[in-house]
Design a protein around this ligand. Structure first.
Ligand code: F0G
Length: 458
């Protein structure tokens, strides 16, 4: 049998940044001042920043080089045409509208399409997508398969949409659905992929009901790689071919390029035909900028043109997917349960299963977020009762799940970082029963996870 060797980073490093090395005592003081909220800790005080994979990519020498030769003309910039050509060749869509990030694309498209009372189905809408739909009086409807909601299920495509429910939803809401969506990979469900077969079925249902199909493709390359690995009939195809076939099923897409665009800022809308383009372009000019830069500098468009090509490099993708799997399996080995299987861009710790002695009122996810920082200098994000829990008539209603997301920036950390972290996790498991939870001492009226403050219970 062929010996299975470890995956190494398929790049060498030209520019380095020091990591903050602090003692536990220093971090205790920092966290106390930040009210136990990692959003309020300065990045300089974080050693391993797993808050998000969005906009945190390390760019390549080719991307930095392209930025230097960008054409910053207000109109008709050469850099725009380069970017447009790359998007057209990748997606097969003709109309390309740049935006400064994903939610700007969402706001544009939805403010053009949505009237109050309209409904938009998807597997799971990401928070900003949902908020932009609801802000316009629309309803964002999640129709992910049942396995997608079960942290223990090892279904290979937990991001799939439930086609039976989608069919009846479309039948019952004729005339009320301005577009149908799917998010690849499914961030809200744990970075889980959607199969090509499922996207084909989704396209078939939407199109049978005359509904335009718009994909949220911010992690399209990771999704395509999962398809190559897990969907047997497609294992012989290149990731680029799988991505192109994915795009061909829909009528357009929105992308936060801060993920698989391998850039620090950027996004776009791309559409197969021109029916919405004039209207969208006018809105773009109103709030983002002229259509050949759309809220970005031309150097950002250059970096993105290169990033969209680099991200399809299969040695990069096999390393990328191996990283989250390595972290996920490592955590499981030392006794930390995670959502199965590991996602493409993140690993989600199941804090409810890991810390069953902490009641939801004492926010087990936030307690773990604090301890990960104190012990290892890790910044992570609670996705549980701090984010979604509610108080109704004085009664506490917890979130269904108490998760902690470790989102992995692209090309930033190396295997020894993860090995170091996993060693520390072993020690954390040994003393987990000493964690007592946290108490919320300040509760803002909305989006409370960003600014709430906490006190550790002893
Ligand atoms: N869609 C998905 C699936 C996302 O994950 C995000 C952002 C967006 C849209 C919005 O894009 O941030 O460029 O405006 N996700 C980040 C995260 C914030 O941490 O998961 P944006």
């Amino acid at each position: 049998m062929e010996r299975k060797r470890c995956i190494f980073e398929p790049f060498k490093i030209k520019v380095v940044e020091p990591l903050a090395i602090k003692t536990r005592g220093q971090r205790e003081e920092i966290l106390r001042k930040a009210g136990g909220n990692l959003f309020l800790v300065a990045a300089e005080d974080v050693t391993f920043d797993f808050l998000t994979d969005s906009g945190t990519t390390a760019m390549s020498a080719n991307q930095w080089g392209a930025m230097m030769v960008a054409d910053e003309s207000y109109a008709g910039s050469r850099s725009f045409h380069r970017f447009e050509k790359v998007v057209r060749e990748l997606t097969g869509y003709t109309s390309v509208l740049p935006t400064h990030q994903g939610r700007a694309a969402e706001r544009l498209l939805f403010s053009y399409l949505i009237k109050p009372g309209m409904k938009i189905p998807s597997n799971n809408h990401f928070d900003t997508t949902r908020a932009n739909i609801e802000q316009l009086g629309g309803q964002a409807v999640d129709l992910v398969i049942a396995e997608g909601k079960d942290p223990k299920s090892t279904h290979p495509f937990k991001g799939n949409i439930d086609l039976v429910r989608l069919e009846s939803f479309c039948r019952e809401n004729v005339g009320k659905i301005p577009c149908g969506m799917i998010t690849i990979t499914n961030n809200t469900g744990g970075g889980q992929p959607v199969s090509l077969e499922n996207m084909r079925g989704t396209a078939e249902v939407y199109h049978r009901y005359g509904i335009p199909f718009i994909m949220d493709v911010c992690r399209f390359a990771e999704n395509s790689y999962f398809i190559k690995e897990r969907e047997e009939s497609l294992s012989g195809r290149s990731v680029r071919e799988i991505a192109q076939e994915t795009f061909s099923l829909a009528d357009g897409c929105m992308m936060s390029a801060k993920k698989d665009g391998l850039v620090n800022i950027g996004g776009f809308i791309a559409l197969k035909d021109t029916r919405w383009v004039d209207g969208l372009r006018n809105l773009l000019i109103l709030t983002e900028g002229f259509p050949t830069y759309g809220g970005l500098a031309a150097r950002d468009l250059e970096a993105l043109a290169v990033g969209l090509e680099e991200v399809l490099d299969e040695s990069y993708l096999s390393y990328r997917i191996a990283v989250s799997r390595y972290l996920g399996e490592g955590l499981n080995r030392v006794g930390i349960p995670t959502v199965q299987p590991a996602g493409g861009h993140a690993v989600y710790i199941d804090a409810k299963a890991f810390l069953p002695h902490i009641e939801p009122e004492k926010f087990p996810g936030q307690a773990l977020v604090c301890e990960l920082y104190l012990a290892e200098g890790i910044r992570s994000c609670e996705i549980g009762s701090v984010m979604f829990g509610k108080k109704t008539e004085g009664k506490f209603i917890p979130s269904n799940m108490e998760l902690v997301r470790l989102a992995i920036p692209r090309r930033v950390y190396t295997q020894s970082h993860f090995d170091y972290i996993l060693e520390g996790m072993e020690e954390l498991v040994a003393r987990k029963d000493s964690l007592r939870g946290v108490r919320m001492t300040y509760e803002p009226p909305f989006l409370r996870h960003f600014t709430a403050r906490f006190e550790m219970l002893h």
